[in-house]
Ligand binder design. Sequence first.
Ligand code: C5P
Length: 226
Amino acid sequence: MGKITIAIDGYSSTGKSTIAKKLAQTLDYIYVDTGAMYRAVTLYAIRSGYIGKTEDIPALIQNLPAIQLQFVPNQDLGYSEMFLNDENVEREIRTMEVSGQVSKIAAIPEVRHKLVEMQQQMGNGGGLVMDGRDIGTVVFPNAELKIFMTASPDARATRRYKELLDRGEEVSFEEVLENVQKRDFIDSTRETSPLRKAEDAIEFDNSDMGLEEQFERIYDFAQRVI
Ligand code: C5P
C-alpha cells in the first residue's frame, strides 16, 4: 500500500508516545506528539497569566496567532523537540504544573481548531505516526490504522510517576494518580472532540504488557495494513 497514516489515541500515560516514536523510527515515518502541542500552548498561557492564579481565557484566544509551534529534529535523541516561539520547551512542558492545566486549555474550541489545522497539514501525504486523543476521530478520520490504547489507572500512574522521578520532579504517587484521572475525566467529557475510541480503532490494553511485546503486536498490525 505504501506510506500510511497511523493514529494512536488513548488515555493519559498509556505509553502512546513511546510506542508511536519507536514505530515511526522503524518505519522511517514522521512522528508527531500532539500532546506536546497542547502542552506548549498551556505553558504559554501560564507564563502570560492567562491560566493559573489568574485566568483570562478570552485574552489567550485573542493571542493565539502569536503562538508559534515547531517540532525541531534532534539528531542525538532521534526524535523532534517542541519549540515555542523559537525556544526549546521540551522539558518545561512535561512538568506537573503544565499537566495540571493542560486539559482545561485543550477543551477550548479555538485552541483545538488552531492545533488540528496544523496537525492536518503535517500529515498530508501519509508516512506519519501521530498520537493524541482525537487523531482517529477528528484529525485523520481516514487514517489507515487506528489504535486506541488503554491501561488501568494504577498502571498508568505508576509509569508516569517513574518518568517524573527520573526527571527529578518532586511528586507523590497520589498526586500523579489524581492528575491522570482528572485529565481523563476532562478529556472524555469536554464538548469539542472528546476523547473516545473511533469505531474502526483497535482497542489495545497494555496494563500487563512490556514494551517489547506491545511494540511487536502494534508493528504487526501496521505490517498487515502496509
Ligand atoms: O499526550 P499528553 O498526555 O502529553 O497530552 C496532554 C493533554 O493534552 C491531554 O491530557 C489532553 O488534555 C490534551 N490533548 C488533547 N488532544 C490531543 C492531544 C492531547 O486534548 N490530540
